[in-house]
Design a protein. Structure first.
Length: 298
């Protein structure tokens, strides 16, 4: 495939697209006018990548991946992988697993994951765990998946602690142990996983598996809400609107309720429509935290 970069005008166009996707806002292409500061940063990365900087080859490929420019993502990730980047190999594995720009090929995805995992790259180890848990091109093996999730967690990946928590709570691939499951969930939340924060906050809110504590629930739900978790935003709104931790805050509660509804969370949408944000009539009662979609990502 002929790379797009190399012609200044074309380079500027795809840089603009990548940056626009990264900042989630509109951006207009202005011919050959000087590049804005944030575009100059990315252009510098491209220049470094073209000069052979492997780390920048991976970063440029990753930026293109998240902007949806899969052909250019594949181009740069392939170069970085050839030059030894284990991060790029794992990212290419994701593209083969999902069939993004390339034909879907679980065998090729697994081969790339294995190479990166053998180099102790935590994200690749977790990707392998998902393959075995979900039986993607291989026989389902939850015990092996659990072992790999634990390895990824020990290598420092918060998301893997969340996977371990769900499997332990359900007894999937390991003996069911709710106390340990909650401990793993708390560890994932403490290490920064937003979905673990949301799940832990929900347990504390309802007093399920743990002592009910609206104060601590609010702490975790606030952190998850700030990171865009809609259920956390809804439950945080309930705490504020109903004064469940001792202090009512109608304006802030309505603010979070509207954000949750805007993200499509049905109980929040129904609560706004009925003006009764207590959650019970609108389906906001306790339901066990559901495992989030945990497909591998670059």
């Amino acid at each position: 495939m002929r790379p797009v970069v190399g012609r200044r005008k074309m380079k500027k166009r795809w840089i603009t697209a990548v940056v626009a996707a990264m900042i989630c806002g509109p951006f207009s292409f202005a011919g050959d006018e000087p590049l804005p500061p944030h575009e100059r940063v990315l252009e510098k990365r491209v220049t470094q990548a073209e000069a052979g900087d492997v780390a920048q080859q991976f970063e440029v490929g990753l930026a293109n991946y998240w902007s949806g420019n899969y052909p250019m993502a594949y181009h740069w990730l392939s170069i970085a992988a050839t030059n030894g980047s284990v991060e790029a190999k794992q990212a290419l594995g994701v593209m083969y697993e999902k069939g993004q720009f390339v034909r879907q090929d679980y065998n090729e995805a697994m081969a790339l994951y294995r190479v990166a995992a053998d180099a102790q790259y935590a994200r690749a180890v977790r990707s392998l765990a998902v393959v075995y848990r979900d039986g993607l091109g291989v026989s389902n093996d939850v015990a092996k998946a659990f072992s790999l999730f634990r390895k990824a967690a020990d290598l420092g990946m918060p998301e893997a602690w969340l996977d371990i928590a769900y499997m332990t709570l359900k007894g999937n691939g390991v003996e069911k142990n709710e106390k340990k499951g909650v401990e793993f969930l708390r560890r994932a939340a403490t290490l920064g996983d937003q979905w673990a924060m949301e799940a832990l906050g929900e347990l504390l809110f309802h007093g399920h598996l743990v002592h009910q504590d609206f104060g601590e629930a609010r702490k975790w739900l606030q952190m998850a809400a700030d990171r865009g978790c809609p259920k956390a935003q809804f439950l945080l709104a309930r705490i504020m609107l109903d004064g469940l931790n001792g202090t009512k805050s109608s304006a802030q509660g309505l603010h979070w309720l509207r954000i949750s509804a805007a993200l499509g969370f049905q109980p929040a949408m129904q609560a706004l429509e009925s003006s009764k944000p207590d959650g019970q009539q609108q389906g906001g009662g306790y339901s066990p935290p559901a495992a989030r979609s945990s497909k591998p990502t670059p």
